[in-house]
Write a protein that binds this ligand. Structure first.
Ligand SMILES: *Cc1c(COP(=O)(O)O)cnc(C)c1O
Length: 353
Protein backbone atom coordinates (compact mmCIF):
# COMPACT_ATOMS: atom_id res chain seq x y z
CA UNK A 1 0.00 0.00 0.00
CA UNK A 2 1.19 3.46 -0.82
CA UNK A 3 0.82 6.63 1.22
CA UNK A 4 -0.46 8.16 -1.97
CA UNK A 5 -3.52 5.87 -2.19
CA UNK A 6 -6.94 7.20 -1.20
CA UNK A 7 -8.83 5.37 1.59
CA UNK A 8 -11.31 4.14 -1.03
CA UNK A 9 -8.57 2.50 -3.09
CA UNK A 10 -7.04 0.98 0.05
CA UNK A 11 -10.33 -0.75 0.84
CA UNK A 12 -10.86 -2.30 -2.62
CA UNK A 13 -10.64 -6.05 -3.26
CA UNK A 14 -10.05 -6.23 -7.02
CA UNK A 15 -11.36 -9.06 -9.18
CA UNK A 16 -8.72 -11.62 -10.15
CA UNK A 17 -9.34 -12.80 -13.73
CA UNK A 18 -8.42 -16.32 -14.82
CA UNK A 19 -4.86 -16.72 -16.04
CA UNK A 20 -4.10 -15.64 -19.63
CA UNK A 21 -1.01 -17.75 -20.33
CA UNK A 22 1.67 -16.73 -22.81
CA UNK A 23 2.67 -20.31 -23.61
CA UNK A 24 0.50 -22.59 -25.78
CA UNK A 25 -1.83 -24.59 -23.60
CA UNK A 26 -5.18 -26.26 -24.04
CA UNK A 27 -6.94 -23.30 -22.55
CA UNK A 28 -10.16 -24.23 -20.75
CA UNK A 29 -10.08 -21.72 -17.90
CA UNK A 30 -11.94 -18.53 -18.88
CA UNK A 31 -14.95 -19.70 -20.92
CA UNK A 32 -13.81 -18.34 -24.25
CA UNK A 33 -15.24 -19.83 -27.44
CA UNK A 34 -12.92 -22.32 -29.17
CA UNK A 35 -14.17 -21.31 -32.63
CA UNK A 36 -13.20 -18.17 -34.56
CA UNK A 37 -15.67 -15.29 -34.86
CA UNK A 38 -17.94 -15.01 -37.92
CA UNK A 39 -16.08 -14.73 -41.26
CA UNK A 40 -17.65 -11.28 -41.68
CA UNK A 41 -15.57 -10.10 -38.73
CA UNK A 42 -12.30 -10.63 -40.62
CA UNK A 43 -13.85 -8.93 -43.64
CA UNK A 44 -14.97 -5.96 -41.52
CA UNK A 45 -11.43 -5.60 -40.19
CA UNK A 46 -9.88 -5.80 -43.68
CA UNK A 47 -12.36 -3.28 -45.08
CA UNK A 48 -11.87 -0.90 -42.25
CA UNK A 49 -10.22 2.24 -43.55
CA UNK A 50 -7.66 3.47 -41.05
CA UNK A 51 -8.80 6.98 -41.88
CA UNK A 52 -11.96 6.24 -39.87
CA UNK A 53 -9.84 5.95 -36.75
CA UNK A 54 -8.93 9.62 -37.01
CA UNK A 55 -12.45 10.48 -35.87
CA UNK A 56 -14.22 9.73 -32.60
CA UNK A 57 -16.90 7.05 -32.77
CA UNK A 58 -20.63 7.77 -32.46
CA UNK A 59 -21.02 8.26 -28.68
CA UNK A 60 -24.47 6.65 -28.83
CA UNK A 61 -23.27 3.63 -30.91
CA UNK A 62 -26.47 3.85 -32.97
CA UNK A 63 -25.45 1.53 -35.81
CA UNK A 64 -24.38 -1.26 -33.47
CA UNK A 65 -27.43 -0.79 -31.23
CA UNK A 66 -29.75 -0.87 -34.25
CA UNK A 67 -28.35 -4.25 -35.32
CA UNK A 68 -28.47 -5.49 -31.71
CA UNK A 69 -32.09 -4.33 -31.39
CA UNK A 70 -33.08 -6.20 -34.55
CA UNK A 71 -31.26 -9.33 -33.35
CA UNK A 72 -32.96 -9.20 -29.94
CA UNK A 73 -36.40 -8.16 -31.17
CA UNK A 74 -36.51 -4.91 -29.19
CA UNK A 75 -36.35 -1.20 -29.97
CA UNK A 76 -33.01 0.60 -30.28
CA UNK A 77 -33.93 2.78 -27.31
CA UNK A 78 -34.16 -0.39 -25.19
CA UNK A 79 -30.48 -1.22 -25.85
CA UNK A 80 -27.18 -0.14 -24.33
CA UNK A 81 -23.65 -1.20 -25.31
CA UNK A 82 -20.35 -0.95 -23.49
CA UNK A 83 -16.73 -2.04 -23.31
CA UNK A 84 -17.46 -5.63 -22.27
CA UNK A 85 -20.43 -6.62 -20.17
CA UNK A 86 -18.21 -6.11 -17.13
CA UNK A 87 -18.33 -2.39 -17.83
CA UNK A 88 -22.09 -2.52 -18.44
CA UNK A 89 -22.47 -4.30 -15.08
CA UNK A 90 -20.34 -1.68 -13.33
CA UNK A 91 -22.54 1.08 -14.78
CA UNK A 92 -25.67 -0.80 -13.70
CA UNK A 93 -24.40 -1.18 -10.13
CA UNK A 94 -23.85 2.56 -9.97
CA UNK A 95 -27.10 3.44 -11.73
CA UNK A 96 -29.46 1.15 -9.78
CA UNK A 97 -27.95 -0.46 -6.69
CA UNK A 98 -26.44 2.47 -4.78
CA UNK A 99 -29.18 2.65 -2.13
CA UNK A 100 -28.97 2.32 1.65
CA UNK A 101 -30.51 -1.19 1.58
CA UNK A 102 -28.61 -4.41 0.71
CA UNK A 103 -28.40 -6.00 -2.76
CA UNK A 104 -29.76 -9.56 -2.92
CA UNK A 105 -27.32 -11.93 -4.63
CA UNK A 106 -26.66 -15.70 -4.66
CA UNK A 107 -23.63 -16.60 -2.50
CA UNK A 108 -22.13 -18.62 -5.34
CA UNK A 109 -22.18 -16.59 -8.55
CA UNK A 110 -20.01 -14.43 -10.79
CA UNK A 111 -17.25 -13.21 -8.51
CA UNK A 112 -17.18 -9.73 -10.02
CA UNK A 113 -20.47 -8.77 -8.27
CA UNK A 114 -18.91 -8.50 -4.78
CA UNK A 115 -16.07 -6.47 -6.30
CA UNK A 116 -18.46 -3.89 -7.76
CA UNK A 117 -20.46 -3.84 -4.53
CA UNK A 118 -17.31 -2.96 -2.64
CA UNK A 119 -16.27 -0.37 -5.20
CA UNK A 120 -19.60 1.44 -4.82
CA UNK A 121 -20.09 0.79 -1.10
CA UNK A 122 -23.15 -1.43 -1.61
CA UNK A 123 -23.98 -3.94 1.11
CA UNK A 124 -24.63 -7.50 -0.13
CA UNK A 125 -27.23 -9.93 1.21
CA UNK A 126 -25.98 -13.34 0.06
CA UNK A 127 -28.34 -16.30 -0.34
CA UNK A 128 -27.14 -19.90 -0.27
CA UNK A 129 -27.81 -22.09 -3.30
CA UNK A 130 -30.33 -24.88 -2.72
CA UNK A 131 -29.43 -28.57 -2.28
CA UNK A 132 -29.21 -29.02 -6.06
CA UNK A 133 -26.71 -26.16 -6.48
CA UNK A 134 -29.45 -23.96 -7.96
CA UNK A 135 -30.03 -20.28 -7.23
CA UNK A 136 -32.82 -20.05 -4.64
CA UNK A 137 -35.18 -17.57 -6.31
CA UNK A 138 -37.56 -17.55 -3.31
CA UNK A 139 -34.79 -16.53 -0.93
CA UNK A 140 -33.46 -14.00 -3.42
CA UNK A 141 -36.81 -12.26 -3.66
CA UNK A 142 -38.01 -12.55 -0.06
CA UNK A 143 -39.57 -9.29 1.04
CA UNK A 144 -37.59 -6.60 2.81
CA UNK A 145 -35.76 -3.43 2.00
CA UNK A 146 -33.39 -4.00 -0.86
CA UNK A 147 -31.35 -2.04 -3.37
CA UNK A 148 -32.02 -4.64 -6.05
CA UNK A 149 -31.56 -8.25 -7.11
CA UNK A 150 -28.79 -9.60 -9.32
CA UNK A 151 -28.28 -13.09 -10.68
CA UNK A 152 -26.55 -14.78 -13.58
CA UNK A 153 -28.76 -17.10 -15.65
CA UNK A 154 -27.22 -19.56 -16.43
CA UNK A 155 -25.36 -19.10 -13.18
CA UNK A 156 -21.56 -19.13 -13.01
CA UNK A 157 -19.72 -21.27 -12.18
CA UNK A 158 -22.49 -23.87 -11.73
CA UNK A 159 -24.10 -23.65 -15.20
CA UNK A 160 -27.66 -24.09 -13.94
CA UNK A 161 -30.36 -22.08 -15.71
CA UNK A 162 -33.87 -21.26 -14.49
CA UNK A 163 -36.87 -21.31 -16.83
CA UNK A 164 -38.50 -18.08 -17.96
CA UNK A 165 -41.50 -19.03 -15.88
CA UNK A 166 -39.39 -19.19 -12.71
CA UNK A 167 -37.78 -15.84 -13.51
CA UNK A 168 -41.18 -14.35 -14.14
CA UNK A 169 -42.35 -15.48 -10.71
CA UNK A 170 -39.37 -13.63 -9.21
CA UNK A 171 -40.24 -10.50 -11.22
CA UNK A 172 -43.81 -10.67 -9.91
CA UNK A 173 -42.40 -10.48 -6.36
CA UNK A 174 -39.73 -7.81 -6.87
CA UNK A 175 -41.23 -4.67 -8.35
CA UNK A 176 -39.67 -1.89 -6.28
CA UNK A 177 -36.06 -2.16 -7.52
CA UNK A 178 -34.11 -3.31 -10.55
CA UNK A 179 -33.74 -7.04 -11.15
CA UNK A 180 -30.57 -7.59 -13.19
CA UNK A 181 -30.25 -10.89 -15.05
CA UNK A 182 -26.74 -11.47 -16.42
CA UNK A 183 -27.07 -13.63 -19.54
CA UNK A 184 -23.38 -14.06 -20.38
CA UNK A 185 -24.03 -17.76 -21.13
CA UNK A 186 -27.66 -17.75 -22.28
CA UNK A 187 -26.89 -18.79 -25.87
CA UNK A 188 -25.67 -22.24 -24.81
CA UNK A 189 -29.11 -23.65 -24.08
CA UNK A 190 -31.04 -21.36 -21.72
CA UNK A 191 -34.09 -19.15 -22.31
CA UNK A 192 -33.50 -15.40 -22.58
CA UNK A 193 -35.35 -13.02 -20.29
CA UNK A 194 -35.20 -10.36 -23.02
CA UNK A 195 -38.68 -11.67 -23.86
CA UNK A 196 -39.85 -10.21 -20.52
CA UNK A 197 -38.47 -6.65 -20.67
CA UNK A 198 -41.61 -5.29 -22.29
CA UNK A 199 -43.72 -6.48 -19.35
CA UNK A 200 -41.33 -5.71 -16.48
CA UNK A 201 -40.03 -2.12 -16.48
CA UNK A 202 -37.57 -2.96 -13.68
CA UNK A 203 -35.90 -5.85 -15.55
CA UNK A 204 -32.42 -5.27 -16.98
CA UNK A 205 -30.81 -8.08 -18.98
CA UNK A 206 -27.08 -7.96 -19.75
CA UNK A 207 -25.12 -9.99 -22.28
CA UNK A 208 -21.72 -10.25 -23.89
CA UNK A 209 -20.02 -10.87 -27.24
CA UNK A 210 -17.18 -12.63 -25.38
CA UNK A 211 -18.58 -16.13 -25.13
CA UNK A 212 -21.14 -17.17 -27.75
CA UNK A 213 -19.81 -14.72 -30.37
CA UNK A 214 -16.12 -15.55 -29.94
CA UNK A 215 -15.05 -11.95 -29.32
CA UNK A 216 -13.59 -11.91 -25.80
CA UNK A 217 -10.60 -9.96 -27.11
CA UNK A 218 -12.79 -7.20 -28.55
CA UNK A 219 -14.55 -6.16 -25.30
CA UNK A 220 -18.20 -5.70 -26.19
CA UNK A 221 -21.22 -6.15 -23.95
CA UNK A 222 -24.80 -4.95 -23.85
CA UNK A 223 -27.89 -4.36 -21.74
CA UNK A 224 -31.56 -4.63 -22.74
CA UNK A 225 -34.32 -3.03 -20.72
CA UNK A 226 -36.96 -0.35 -20.48
CA UNK A 227 -36.05 3.10 -21.86
CA UNK A 228 -35.99 4.52 -18.34
CA UNK A 229 -33.26 2.04 -17.31
CA UNK A 230 -31.24 2.60 -20.48
CA UNK A 231 -31.39 6.36 -19.84
CA UNK A 232 -29.83 5.79 -16.40
CA UNK A 233 -26.99 3.71 -17.90
CA UNK A 234 -26.36 6.47 -20.44
CA UNK A 235 -26.17 9.05 -17.67
CA UNK A 236 -23.47 7.01 -15.92
CA UNK A 237 -21.61 6.30 -19.18
CA UNK A 238 -21.59 9.97 -20.15
CA UNK A 239 -20.24 10.86 -16.72
CA UNK A 240 -17.35 8.41 -17.11
CA UNK A 241 -16.39 7.86 -20.78
CA UNK A 242 -18.52 9.01 -23.69
CA UNK A 243 -16.93 6.53 -26.13
CA UNK A 244 -16.61 3.10 -24.52
CA UNK A 245 -17.25 1.34 -27.86
CA UNK A 246 -14.66 2.26 -30.48
CA UNK A 247 -15.21 2.32 -34.24
CA UNK A 248 -13.56 -1.05 -34.85
CA UNK A 249 -15.55 -2.74 -32.10
CA UNK A 250 -18.76 -1.35 -33.55
CA UNK A 251 -18.00 -2.59 -37.10
CA UNK A 252 -16.89 -6.01 -35.85
CA UNK A 253 -19.85 -6.34 -33.49
CA UNK A 254 -22.29 -5.63 -36.33
CA UNK A 255 -20.60 -8.25 -38.54
CA UNK A 256 -20.83 -10.82 -35.72
CA UNK A 257 -24.52 -10.13 -35.10
CA UNK A 258 -25.37 -10.36 -38.78
CA UNK A 259 -24.07 -13.92 -39.21
CA UNK A 260 -26.75 -15.97 -37.48
CA UNK A 261 -25.74 -19.20 -39.26
CA UNK A 262 -22.18 -19.00 -37.89
CA UNK A 263 -23.46 -18.11 -34.43
CA UNK A 264 -25.84 -21.09 -34.40
CA UNK A 265 -23.21 -23.49 -35.76
CA UNK A 266 -20.67 -22.52 -33.08
CA UNK A 267 -23.05 -22.67 -30.16
CA UNK A 268 -24.52 -25.96 -31.36
CA UNK A 269 -21.00 -27.41 -31.61
CA UNK A 270 -20.20 -26.25 -28.09
CA UNK A 271 -23.44 -27.73 -26.72
CA UNK A 272 -22.85 -31.08 -28.46
CA UNK A 273 -19.25 -31.18 -27.18
CA UNK A 274 -20.51 -30.34 -23.70
CA UNK A 275 -22.90 -33.30 -23.62
CA UNK A 276 -20.20 -35.63 -24.95
CA UNK A 277 -17.69 -34.33 -22.36
CA UNK A 278 -20.16 -34.74 -19.50
CA UNK A 279 -20.70 -38.45 -20.25
CA UNK A 280 -16.98 -39.05 -20.57
CA UNK A 281 -16.23 -37.27 -17.29
CA UNK A 282 -18.98 -39.27 -15.60
CA UNK A 283 -17.42 -42.46 -16.96
CA UNK A 284 -14.21 -41.45 -15.13
CA UNK A 285 -16.15 -41.18 -11.87
CA UNK A 286 -16.71 -37.40 -11.84
CA UNK A 287 -20.00 -35.90 -10.81
CA UNK A 288 -20.86 -33.05 -13.12
CA UNK A 289 -23.50 -30.40 -12.44
CA UNK A 290 -26.05 -30.15 -15.30
CA UNK A 291 -24.94 -27.15 -17.38
CA UNK A 292 -26.61 -24.82 -19.86
CA UNK A 293 -23.36 -22.87 -20.29
CA UNK A 294 -20.10 -23.34 -22.19
CA UNK A 295 -18.43 -24.83 -19.12
CA UNK A 296 -19.07 -27.57 -16.60
CA UNK A 297 -18.39 -27.73 -12.87
CA UNK A 298 -17.14 -31.19 -11.95
CA UNK A 299 -15.73 -32.97 -8.92
CA UNK A 300 -14.21 -36.38 -8.32
CA UNK A 301 -14.98 -38.34 -5.15
CA UNK A 302 -11.35 -39.39 -4.67
CA UNK A 303 -9.23 -36.51 -5.95
CA UNK A 304 -9.06 -32.93 -4.73
CA UNK A 305 -9.70 -30.06 -7.09
CA UNK A 306 -6.34 -28.41 -6.44
CA UNK A 307 -4.51 -31.69 -7.06
CA UNK A 308 -6.27 -32.27 -10.40
CA UNK A 309 -5.77 -28.65 -11.40
CA UNK A 310 -2.00 -28.98 -10.82
CA UNK A 311 -1.82 -32.33 -12.62
CA UNK A 312 -3.62 -30.92 -15.65
CA UNK A 313 -1.44 -27.84 -15.67
CA UNK A 314 1.68 -30.07 -15.80
CA UNK A 315 0.14 -31.75 -18.84
CA UNK A 316 -0.42 -28.43 -20.60
CA UNK A 317 -4.12 -28.08 -19.82
CA UNK A 318 -5.44 -25.06 -18.00
CA UNK A 319 -8.81 -25.23 -16.22
CA UNK A 320 -10.21 -23.04 -13.41
CA UNK A 321 -9.98 -23.91 -9.74
CA UNK A 322 -11.65 -21.66 -7.15
CA UNK A 323 -10.00 -21.57 -3.78
CA UNK A 324 -13.18 -21.08 -1.74
CA UNK A 325 -14.51 -23.60 0.80
CA UNK A 326 -17.66 -24.40 -1.21
CA UNK A 327 -15.87 -24.86 -4.54
CA UNK A 328 -12.42 -26.12 -3.52
CA UNK A 329 -13.20 -29.65 -4.62
CA UNK A 330 -14.44 -28.67 -8.07
CA UNK A 331 -12.88 -27.88 -11.40
CA UNK A 332 -14.60 -25.50 -13.76
CA UNK A 333 -13.87 -26.67 -17.26
CA UNK A 334 -14.58 -24.55 -20.34
CA UNK A 335 -15.94 -26.50 -23.30
CA UNK A 336 -13.37 -26.34 -26.10
CA UNK A 337 -13.25 -28.23 -29.39
CA UNK A 338 -13.75 -32.00 -29.46
CA UNK A 339 -9.97 -32.40 -29.85
CA UNK A 340 -9.25 -30.23 -26.83
CA UNK A 341 -11.76 -32.16 -24.74
CA UNK A 342 -10.19 -35.45 -25.89
CA UNK A 343 -6.89 -34.12 -24.56
CA UNK A 344 -8.54 -33.20 -21.28
CA UNK A 345 -10.21 -36.60 -20.86
CA UNK A 346 -6.95 -38.44 -21.66
CA UNK A 347 -5.08 -36.37 -19.07
CA UNK A 348 -7.76 -36.94 -16.43
CA UNK A 349 -7.72 -40.66 -17.19
CA UNK A 350 -3.99 -40.67 -16.44
CA UNK A 351 -4.47 -38.63 -13.26
CA UNK A 352 -7.44 -40.56 -11.85
CA UNK A 353 -6.61 -44.02 -13.20
C1 LIG B 1 -17.67 -13.62 -18.78
C2 LIG B 1 -18.74 -13.03 -17.92
C3 LIG B 1 -19.04 -11.67 -17.96
C4 LIG B 1 -18.12 -10.67 -18.62
O1 LIG B 1 -18.15 -10.61 -19.93
P1 LIG B 1 -17.30 -9.52 -20.73
O2 LIG B 1 -18.28 -9.03 -21.73
O3 LIG B 1 -16.16 -10.26 -21.33
O4 LIG B 1 -16.87 -8.44 -19.79
C5 LIG B 1 -20.13 -11.20 -17.25
N1 LIG B 1 -20.87 -12.02 -16.50
C6 LIG B 1 -20.59 -13.32 -16.39
C7 LIG B 1 -21.45 -14.18 -15.54
C8 LIG B 1 -19.51 -13.86 -17.09
O5 LIG B 1 -19.18 -15.13 -16.92
Amino acid sequence: MSQLWSPAVRSLTPYVPGEQPTERLIKLNTNENPYPPAPGVAQALRDYATDHLRLYPDPASRALRQTLAETMGVGIEQTFVGNGSDEVLAFAFQAFFCHAAPLDVPDITYSFYPVYARLYGIELRKHALDDDWQVDLDALSASGERSGVILANPNAPTGHAHSLQALEALLERVTDRVVLIDEAYVDFGAESAVALVERYPNLLVTGTFSKSRSLAGLRLGYAIGAVELIDALERVKDSFNSYPVDRLASAVGIAALEDKAHFDACRNNVMATRERTVSRLEALGFSVLPSKANFVLAQHPRFEGAQLFAGLRERGILVRHFNTPALANFLRITIGTDDEMDGLVEALKALCG
